[in-house]
Write a protein that binds this ligand. Structure first.
Ligand SMILES: [Zn+2]
Length: 448
């Protein structure tokens, strides 16, 4: 069925397409198309002129971050809406439509926009700004301050969001709600629940880079140690030791999820949702075997992402190094995860935490923020059930710990196929899904 798109909706679609055409790609080697980033930021000002003239605008992190403050009518705890405008590279072959052309196709009466960033996360930047622009035009002012924070390096390090959060902390800003990217509105994403659900992340796993180093005297590869113990073989043993799955447990965020879903599910699954403590061993087995994602929910994971040995083919390595990407389960602590690694690899392997942070605090499901999100959802997406969950990936939202309770949610309806476009080829969004997302932001802003 064709979404009834008004003239203003058509203009919103064109604005999103304009913004999607800037190749604001973040790369881990630090190279970036500076003109694309500057062009994107200039385009925002042109496309949303009322917003950029009415709100207080400041640049953070060398212009990479854009922080806007919409003054409220009265003092009191404000709110922060976040999103990021950088994207991951789109170099993979096989795109049906060029990733920065924002081409539109039509199927079954609904149009689709194809582009890198269509669902991660330029749709949220533009969606928030569409809602603000419309409300400013009608003379609306929020009850309390509303901050908009748009980062330009979420996909690499999130320095812009960290800088924006530091600005808010330095000014003593307390938010009653911080909203960043996260779960989406998807059918069938929770077992046993027939209704479409909005997955709202209450927390995210911790993330760390841990370096393992083994040192040994070097020499010629033609006469290696008789026992075969080289720096690389000792490192290999350490990697094997940490590659075993860590202990599984039910993170507290899952209890909130089960409690919300329990009244909606029937049969064995409904019983399990209602009695998670009783069925803990069974639930852990089901989740461990369910999928890579459900397995990652219930434990800290460790994978070796990078390896380094000798500098040449015929040299005994003096040092062998591995970088372990650690994702700390919600409810666990980074320090304990590092202790586990030390214990598993043994004393002759050096263990160094290069960077890392604990899992984020769990935002409440019984407070004002959750109520505001639920009310806005009921306006934009009637019948959709808000469901708390814990995010596996890291978002810019983690930098806002301490500013206010952080919720991680995209108000966009996505199919599993569309979710498959995240960080992959053929990223796209349906026009109807995008326009409804704007309605969510508008409904939320009216309540802030
Ligand atoms: Zn993202």
């Amino acid at each position: 069925m064709r979404e009834d798109v008004s003239a203003s909706g058509e203009e919103a679609v064109e604005r999103l397409r304009t913004l999607l055409r800037f190749p604001t790609v973040s790369r881990t080697d630090g190279s970036a198309d500076a003109d694309a980033f500057a062009g994107y930021r200039a385009a925002l000002r042109e496309l949303f002129p009322r917003t950029f003239s009415t709100l207080h605008v400041e640049a953070v992190a060398d212009d990479l971050g854009i922080l806007l403050r919409w003054p409220g009518r009265s003092p009191g705890d404000g709110a922060v809406l976040m999103a990021h405008y950088d994207v991951v590279p789109a170099d993979e072959p096989g795109w049906q439509h060029p990733p920065f052309a924002a081409e539109v196709t039509e199927e079954d009466g609904d149009r689709r926009i194809w582009a890198r960033g269509a669902i991660d996360d330029k749709n949220a930047v533009a969606g928030v700004l569409e809602a603000v622009e419309a409300l400013v035009a009608e003379g609306f002012e929020p009850e309390h301050d509303v901050w908009l924070s748009f980062g330009g390096d979420e996909e690499v390090n999130g320095h812009a969001a960290a800088a924006a959060a530091a600005v808010l902390r330095s000014r003593g800003v307390r938010a009653r709600l911080v909203l960043d990217e996260g779960g989406a509105i998807v059918r069938g994403q929770f077992p046993g629940i027939a209704q479409p659900t909005a997955a709202i992340g209450l927390s995210e796993k911790g993330i760390a880079s841990v370096q393992l180093t083994v040192r040994q005297r070097g020499g010629h590869a033609a006469h290696p140690p008789r026992d075969g113990r080289t720096a690389t073989s000792r490192l290999a043993a350490a990697i094997t030791a940490i590659s075993r799955p860590s202990r599984a447990f039910l993170p507290p965020v899952l209890e909130a999820m089960f409690a919300t879903l329990a009244p909606l599910a029937h049969g064995a699954i409904g019983f399990a949702y209602r009695h998670p403590a009783l069925l803990r061993p069974l639930l852990l087995r089901v989740l461990a075997r369910g999928s890579d994602e459900t397995n990652a929910m219930i434990r800290t994971t460790r994978i070796v992402s990078r390896l380094q040995g000798a500098a040449a083919d015929n040299v005994l390595p003096e040092t062998a190094r591995a970088i372990v990407n650690v994702r700390v389960a919600i409810g666990a602590r980074l320090d304990d995860a590092v202790e586990d690694i030390r214990r598993l690899v043994g004393a002759d392997v050096e263990v160094e935490v290069l960077s890392g942070n604990d899992p984020s605090p769990i935002s409440p499901v019984d407070g004002e923020a959750w109520r505001l999100l639920s009310e806005a959802l009921a306006v934009s997406h009637p019948g959709v059930i808000p469901a708390p969950y814990g995010m596996l990936g890291a978002t810019d939202g983690r930098h806002f710990t301490g500013v206010g309770p952080v919720y991680r949610f995209f108000p966009f309806e996505l199919s599993n196929a569309e979710l498959g476009g995240l960080h992959a080829i053929d990223e796209s969004i349906r026009v109807s899904s995008y326009l409804r997302g704007i309605r969510f932001y508008e409904a939320l802003l009216r309540r802030l």
